[in-house]
Write a protein that binds this ligand. Structure first.
Ligand code: AP5
Ligand code: MG
Ligand code: ZN
Length: 233
């Protein structure tokens, strides 16, 4: 698997495997939108802790019951719980060629945990893309977001509407709004981001792992910028 020829672009540059990529960015920065597309393109798993937790809530598992109210409020769920989920997921065979982490790590504790995990499994160190967006557009992105409950496709009623109103282009499911996209929860999520996640930017910059990408551009332009980062490192 590991020596498969990586995707090549018209300029001939290639992406080196394994791809150990972390998507950093505020709520609504476009982490999920970008991670989904790039993971598909590279054939590596898109690992979104938010999606995994929402799935647990949906299925009513023990974890789901524990985190439901926390997530609805916009607060972060406990580090130990998220770290366990990520450790299990990264040990799956489909992660051998790499992975795209979306929404993890988002605290210093989680970043240290990830470093230790990758070291103990001899996987090398991560590359980190920080998607930067203006605060004003984040609010519109979050309140306008609609999700497909079946396939996870992400839409936006202002910026990226589905072809038919409230219906997924890919499978015809009725789109839903996320429970934490209320004004109140968004406020909490942005505060949590500032307090717990933003310090990671400096940390990864210091380690030489960070590359910033302008997330205010249209999704295709943002994707091209991320791909350039992947090819350059
Ligand atoms: P999570 O699901 O990770 O949410 P988040 O970090 O708040 O980020 P979002 O998913 O809201 O935004 P995104 O950057 O993915 O943007 P998207 O691509 O959807 O976490 C949710 C909760 O789970 C947390 O609050 C916490 O409780 C818990 N949790 C998860 N991980 C955790 C962890 N590690 N530790 C502790 N707790 C954790 O785009 C947003 C919208 O903008 C969409 O409508 C999209 O169509 C649109 N859009 C995207 N790109 C563009 C563009 N370039 N131009 C215009 N519109 C765009
Ligand atoms: Mg997301
Ligand atoms: Zn769908």
């Amino acid at each position: 698997m590991g020596d498969e020829r990586p995707p090549e672009s018209p300029d001939g540059a290639v992406v080196k495997f394994p791809v150990l990529l972390v998507m950093l960015g505020a709520p609504g920065a476009g982490k999920g939108t970008q991670a989904r597309e790039i993971a598909n393109w590279l054939c590596v798993p898109h690992i979104s802790t938010g999606e995994m937790l929402r799935d647990a809530v949906e299925r009513g598992t023990v974890t789901g019951k524990r985190v439901r109210a926390i997530m609805e409020s916009g607060a972060l769920v406990p580090d130990d719980l998220v770290c366990t989920i990520v450790e299990q997921r990264l040990s799956q065979p489909d992660c051998e060629r790499g992975f795209i982490l979306d929404g993890f790590p988002r605290s210093v504790h989680q970043a240290l945990f990830l470093d230790g995990l990758l070291k103990s499994t001899h996987r090398g160190s991560v590359r980190v893309v920080n998607i930067r967006v203006d605060r004003d557009s984040v609010l519109k992105r979050l309140t306008g977001r609609r999700m497909c409950p079946k396939c996870g496709a992400i839409y936006n009623i202002y910026f990226n509407p589905p072809r038919r109103d409230s219906v997924c282009d890919l499978d015809g499911s009725s789109l839903v709004q996320r429970g934490d996209d209320t004004e109140e929860a968004v406020g909490t999520r942005l505060r949590e981001y500032e307090r717990q996640t933003k310090p990671l930017i400096e940390r990864y910059r210091h380690m030489g792992a960070l590359r910033a990408v302008d997330g205010n551009a249209d999704p295709k332009t943002v994707r091209e910028a991320i791909v350039r980062v992947l090819k350059a490192s």
